[in-house]
Design a protein. Structure first.
Lengths: 113, 139
C-alpha cells in the first residue's frame, strides 16, 4: 500500500525544507503548489524540496515544481530538489528536468542544515 | 502465476467520472492488467505512469465536470493497448500556463515510455491512446 500523501514544512532550517511523502498527482499537487507559494511569498527565495518519501509523481506535479522554480529564480534564489528513488529520478530524466532543477540525492547534498 | 495471464484479445474497461482525483483508479487497474499481460515490474511502473498521463491528456483543455472518462485496456498480440475517451467534453473556461506546461510534460513522458501514442478530438469527444510492447518485442 502506498504511503499517504503528506507535506511537512521545516521553516527552521536554512534554506527552508518542504518534505513530501506519498503520491504527487493531479489530486494532491494543488496542496504542494499552495505550500510552495506560501513559503516563497514569505520571502524565501531558495527552498529545498525533499521528495525522498515520494512514491509517484506525474506531469501535474512537475508543472507545479517548474512554476515554483520560476518564482524562486525571479527572486534570485533556486529550488533544490532532493530525490533518490530511481523511478522518480527517471521521470525527471525523461522530461529533461535534470538539466533545469538543481537535483541532489540527500538533504546534506542539497545544502539543507 | 501463468494461469493468471491475460490472453490476446482480452479487454478490461473502466468508466469513472472525469475527475482528476479518480485517475488513481486508472493507474491501479493498469498495474493489475500490465502484470497479467507479461510486463516486468519496471515496464509496469512505466505503464502506470503513462496511462495516468493519457487520462490527463484526455482531460486537458476540457471542462469535464459533467462527463465520464472511459479507459479500455486491450491485450494485443505483441503489446498492451490503452484507449481513453472523454465524451461530450466542453472546452475549459481557462487553460493556465501551468496546465500548458503539464500537457507538454505529458507528451514528453508518453513519448519516452510507450511505443506509440496519440490524441484526437472530434465532435466534442476527446480520444487518446497508446501502445506499449514488452521488452524483447520492440521493433
Amino acid at each position: 500500500m502506498d504511503q499517504e500523501f503528506h507535506i511537512e514544512e521545516r521553516a527552521s532550517t536554512s534554506p527552508p525544507v518542504i518534505a513530501v511523502c506519498g503520491e504527487i498527482d493531479v489530486a494532491t499537487a494543488p496542496q504542494l503548489r499552495e505550500c510552495l507559494h506560501r513559503v516563497i511569498a514569505h520571502g524565501e527565495a531558495t527552498v529545498v524540496l525533499d521528495l525522498l518519501g515520494v512514491t509517484f509523481l506525474d506531469s501535474t506535479a512537475l508543472g507545479v515544481l517548474v512554476g515554483a522554480l520560476k518564482r524562486c529564480r525571479e527572486l534570485g534564489g533556486d529550488l533544490h530538489v532532493v530525490v533518490a528513488d530511481p523511478r522518480i529520478v527517471k521521470i525527471f530524466e525523461i522530461t529533461g528536468l535534470t538539466n533545469v532543477f538543481t537535483i541532489a540525492d540527500s538533504l546534506q547534498a542539497a545544502g539543507a542544515s | 502465476m501463468t494461469d493468471d495471464l491475460l490472453a490476446t484479445g482480452d479487454r478490461i474497461a473502466l468508466r469513472f467520472p472525469a475527475r482528476g482525483d479518480l485517475i488513481v483508479l486508472a493507474r491501479l487497474v493498469t498495474s493489475a492488467v500490465s502484470a497479467r499481460a507479461g510486463f516486468d515490474i519496471e515496464e509496469l511502473e512505466d505503464l502506470r505512469l503513462a496511462v495516468g498521463e493519457l487520462c490527463l491528456l484526455t482531460l486537458q483543455g476540457s471542462d469535464a465536470r459533467t462527463g465520464d472518462l472511459c479507459l479500455e485496456l486491450t491485450v494485443l498480440g505483441d503489446a498492451l493497448g490503452a484507449e481513453c475517451i472523454l465524451e461530450r467534453a466542453a472546452p475549459a473556461d481557462v487553460v493556465g500556463p501551468e496546465n500548458a506546461e503539464s500537457a507538454r510534460l505529458s507528451e514528453q513522458i508518453l513519448g519516452a515510455l510507450v511505443d506509440e501514442h496519440g490524441r484526437e478530438s472530434q465532435n466534442g469527444s476527446v480520444r487518446a491512446w497508446l501502445r506499449k510492447r514488452p521488452a524483447g518485442h520492440a521493433e
